[in-house]
Design a protein. Structure first.
Length: 113
């Protein structure tokens, strides 16, 4: 059974940091990424990393603050989030690309002002 399980969400003050982790099981993934969905808004792309970790992509609003990484030996992916802002508040989802797309169940990140 293929699973993606996020962890690391929580409540943090503006300017603080959180590190999200995604543990994959059941298969390896080509590209992996993070998406988020704020209340009343559509799910949006946050960051993506290729298999080798040599290429990363970020939405403009998180560039310079978030860092995506992966460990293929452990089949995990992380998102280091620094200088968090209230507008980063959302449910964050792990995404894995294989023959089809896979999604985790999400982890809540709340940034207080």
């Amino acid at each position: 059974q293929v699973q993606l399980v996020e962890s690391g969400g929580g409540l943090v003050q503006a300017g603080g940091s959180l590190r999200l982790s995604c543990a994959a099981s059941g298969r390896k993934f080509f590209d992996m990424g993070w998406y988020r969905q704020a209340p009343g808004k559509e799910r949006e792309f946050v960051a993506r990393i290729n298999w080798s970790g040599t290429s990363t992509y970020y939405v403009d609003s998180v560039k310079g603050r978030f860092i995506i990484s992966r460990d293929n030996a452990k089949n995990t992916m992380d998102l280091q989030m620094n200088s968090l802002k209230p507008e980063d508040t959302a449910v964050y989802y792990c995404n894995g690309q294989a023959v089809r797309e896979y999604w985790g169940q999400g982890t809540q990140v709340t940034v207080s002002s």
